[in-house]
Every structure is written in structure tokens, then in C-alpha cells.
Design a protein around this ligand. Structure first.
Ligand code: NAP
Length: 193
């Protein structure tokens, strides 16, 4: 994730406005270490394609309001993580275009879906957000490391923070593994204790 110094994950709805090429290079490096990239549908809807040299993408969605004809689903590598209560017609379309993982009927907890990905040999997961999904990953006890780039700007406003969800039962304490400056940007990597 990338955030401004005042904690915003985007400026006026635009995540690119706080990013820069160095962070994109870091993201590509992180992807190269992962078995699968897990992403919420809200973020996936902003993608036109998924790179061939990246690990497969697992899209988490209950509505299945996704562009199954778009580039993200080309090549048949994409995994759709959804639940039994998803609309039947969209579920059928998802099955034509992707590998569908059904995580229970209503999908109240993301944990079992992530357990299932791990059981398929995709245990090294890179969750690229967005903030609503990431809050659920943390609530389910699946946040083990946080790679956070600090973008050298403040923007005020009411943008989401890195995690957007109800209070966790207890604050998660993290340990700084490293902090690497790149000009005025700072790449940090924390591990959950
Ligand atoms: N600054 C950064 O580093 C960064 C990183 C990533 C994303 N972003 C930005 O964040 C924005 C999107 O963030 P967001 O938090 O709104 O969306 P998100 O977390 O990407 O996606 C939320 C969607 O994921 C699905 N979902 C999440 N939890 C689920 C569950 N337990 N069961 C079933 N489906 C579930 C739902 O999809 P359905 O509605 O389809 O059911 C939900 O609407 C984008 O603008 C993106 O650019 C910024």
C-alpha cells in the first residue's frame, strides 16, 4: 500500500496521484515473491489487464459485478473468490472465465477463503488492498506483514486510510523490519508480532 504522510490512500479518488514509478517497481518486485495477488473487486475494477509475468490474481467479490470480458480475465489464470449467495447468472459467467473459489454461503469472514487458497499451494499471498479488503484480512488474522510506502505529501480530505473497516478487537502491534528511503519517498516493511 501507499499512503500520504497524513494517511490518505488516494487524492480525490485517484490512487495514481500519490504514487510514482519507484513504487510501481517495488510492487512488481513484491509480486515476483508471491504465489498469488489477492485484491478486492473495488480495486480490480480499475484494472484493464493483468500482466503475464505476475502471479495469478485472486479477485474477492460478493456481487461479481466484474468485467468478465475484460483483460483481467484473459488467459484463464484469474481466480474469483466469492460465495454461494452471489447472483447465479454472474456466477455462471465467472465459471466460464475464471477459476471460482466458493467461500461459504454469505462470506462473512474472509479467513476460510484465504485458508482455501493456501490449501491450493498459494500460501504466499500479496494482498494489494484495497482498504476494505485489507481491513478484513487483518480482522481474520491473515495480516502478517505490511509493506507501506510513505508518499511525501499531505492532502487533508476524507480519503480512506490503509485499512478501512470496523475497529479490530485489539490493536495489531507491528515490528519495523526495514525502512528504505528513495528520494523523499520511504519504503517500509513491518511484521506483525
Ligand atoms: N493507495 C494504495 O496503496 C491503494 C491500494 C489498493 C487500492 N487502492 C484504491 O482503493 C480503492 C478501492 O478500495 P476499496 O476499499 O473501496 O475496495 P476493495 O477493498 O478493493 O474492494 C472492496 C470490494 O471487495 C469485495 N469484498 C471485500 N470483502 C469481501 C468479503 N468478505 N466478501 C465478499 N466480497 C468482499 C466487495 O466486492 P463486491 O462489491 O463486488 O461484492 C467489496 O465491494 C480504489 O480506488 C483503489 O485505487 C489504493
Amino acid at each position: 500500500m501507499i499512503a500520504t504522510l497524513d494517511g490518505a490512500i488516494q487524492y480525490k479518488g485517484d490512487t495514481g496521484a500519490i504514487g510514482y514509478p519507484g513504487d510501481h517497481a517495488l510492487m512488481a518486485g513484491l509480486r515476483s515473491l508471491a504465489d498469488v495477488v489477492v485484491m478486492g473487486a473495488g480495486t480490480v475494477r480499475e484494472y484493464d489487464a493483468w500482466p503475464d509475468d505476475a502471479p495469478p490474481l485472486a479477485v474477492v467479490s460478493r456481487s461479481l459485478d466484474l468485467d468478465f470480458d475484460g483483460g483481467v480475465f484473459e488467459g484463464g489464470r484469474t481466480i474469483v473468490v466469492t460465495c454461494g449467495s452471489a447472483p447465479a447468472d454472474r456466477l455462471e459467467r465467472a465459471r466460464e472465465r475464471a477459476d471460482v473459489l466458493l467461500a461459504g454461503e454469505t462470506f462473512a469472514d474472509i479467513g476460510p477463503a484465504l485458508d482455501e487458497l493456501a490449501a491450493r499451494g498459494l500460501g504466499r499471498m500479496l494482498c494489494e488492498g484495497g482498504p476494505r479488503l485489507l481491513a478484513q484480512v487483518a480482522a481474520a488474522g491473515w495480516l502478517h506483514e505490511l509493506c507501506l510506502t510513505l508518499s511525501p505529501m499531505v492532502i487533508a480530505g476524507d480519503a480512506f486510510r490503509v485499512l478501512n473497516g470496523p475497529d479490530l478487537d485489539e490493536p495489531l502491534r507491528l515490528r519495523l523490519l526495514h525502512a528504505v528511503p528513495d528520494g523523499d519517498y520511504l519504503f517500509t516493511r513491518y511484521a506483525v508480532e
